[in-house]
Design a protein around this ligand. Structure first.
Ligand code: SF4
Length: 211
């Protein structure tokens, strides 16, 4: 078992194996777990330095086994801040464990982060199987207040464009965090209309004040 004081590039729980490859993110969501916790499942996810691809692959080789059902790019940042790393590491996972499911948890802004690249095609070629996209609001104004994206108003539409394209390639779902400021029913309506499953995540952080 890892020392919980060490920074964790990889961590796990039950049958899921998680990758924490960056702490960078385009957003500053009011509910972000980074705002109130340094550890998840007992693993310290605050990185003082971004790991290299080789360091991540070394950790994978050390701890990933066939006992896990899925590998998930997630952690304390937006994985598509490092699209190249996601793709190269996914290829390595598929080389080592061809049957394992590789999932990407994303804020859905990967195409804005990487405007010159066909992000969905790259992810497909790298063997990604599933994509979980944070919708987090039912309209652009609410999204900007809650998620405070550096891309501003265009973000909410970009997320939906990403999801609508992803659903033809990957098993795709939306997520929202159930905070009182979000209109859950309206989010469900959007997801239903787009025929994308919506997963509702519970919030366990401190009370939120949204300006
Ligand atoms: S998109 Fe995810 S990692 Fe980024 S601020 Fe929001 S919750 Fe945190």
């Amino acid at each position: 078992m890892m020392d919980p004081n060490d920074e964790s590039i990889v961590y796990w729980r039950k049958k899921s194996f998680y990758l924490n490859i960056t702490n960078r993110c385009t957003n500053n969501c009011v509910f972000c777990v980074r705002n109130y916790k340094t550890a998840v499942f007992g693993f310290n996810l605050k990185l003082t330095r971004e790991p290299t691809e080789q360091e991540i692959i070394n950790e994978l080789r050390k701890y990933l086994t066939n006992a896990f059902e899925e590998v998930v790019f997630t952690g304390y940042g937006e994985p598509l801040e490092r699209l190249d790393a996601v793709c190269n590491i996914s290829r390595e996972i598929k080389r080592l464990f061809p049957e394992i499911i590789v999932r990407l948890d994303t804020n859905g802004l990967g195409q804005l982060i990487n405007p010159d690249i066909d992000v969905i095609m790259e992810l497909k070629l790298a063997g990604i199987n599933q994509v979980s996209i944070s919708l987090n609001a039912s309209n652009a104004e609410q999204y900007n207040k809650i998620c405070r994206s550096k891309f501003g108003k265009q973000s909410f539409e970009a997320i939906q464009d990403f999801a609508k394209a992803a659903k033809y390639i990957f098993k795709t779902n939306y997520t929202i965090v159930a905070i009182p400021q979000i209109d859950i029913q309206a989010c469900q309506n959007i997801a239903k209309e787009q025929e994308i499953f919506l997963k509702i995540r519970q919030y366990s952080g401190p009370d939120l004040v949204i300006e």
